[in-house]
Design a protein around this ligand. Sequence first.
Ligand code: UDP
Ligand code: MG
Length: 139
Amino acid sequence: MTGNRTFTMIKPDAVAAGYTGAIIKMIEETGFRIVAMKETKMTPEMAGKFYEVHKERPFYKDLCAYMSSGPIVPMILEKENAVEEFRKLIGATNPANAAPGTIRKLYAKSIEANAIHGSDSDENAVIESHFFFAENEQF
Ligand code: UDP
Ligand code: MG
């Protein structure tokens, strides 16, 4: 799983707003294959672990509360150069700075409730995929 796979999750704000279908359509139309997908919910402890790299940041506590506030849709995606291509599709962290036509520009509510996650490296894509999908499952 190097180079051609990334991990994403549609975040609670976008799932609650009913944007799941529209976001999946954009992902598929951009040429990503959905390798694994489910709807689930994180506990605050799980969110804390998922975002552990940010634990010293001022937004960490709120972020963990928000990320465990409702259902999410995690997915493993496949496309050549997946990590970089997917970061382009989602746009900047702050939707106010996201390029037109990106998922965050279209669907994010705020810098925190920004509709969707995208892994930032091949290494993290693998780690984050295993957070939600069994390591021994063959996708
Ligand atoms: N975040 C936040 N406030 C900030 C920066 C980030 O609430 O000032 C949240 C936001 O949901 C973001 C997540 O923390 O997606 C992880 O931050 P990161 O810098 O890794 O952004 P991303 O990789 O998601 O674009
Ligand atoms: Mg990040």
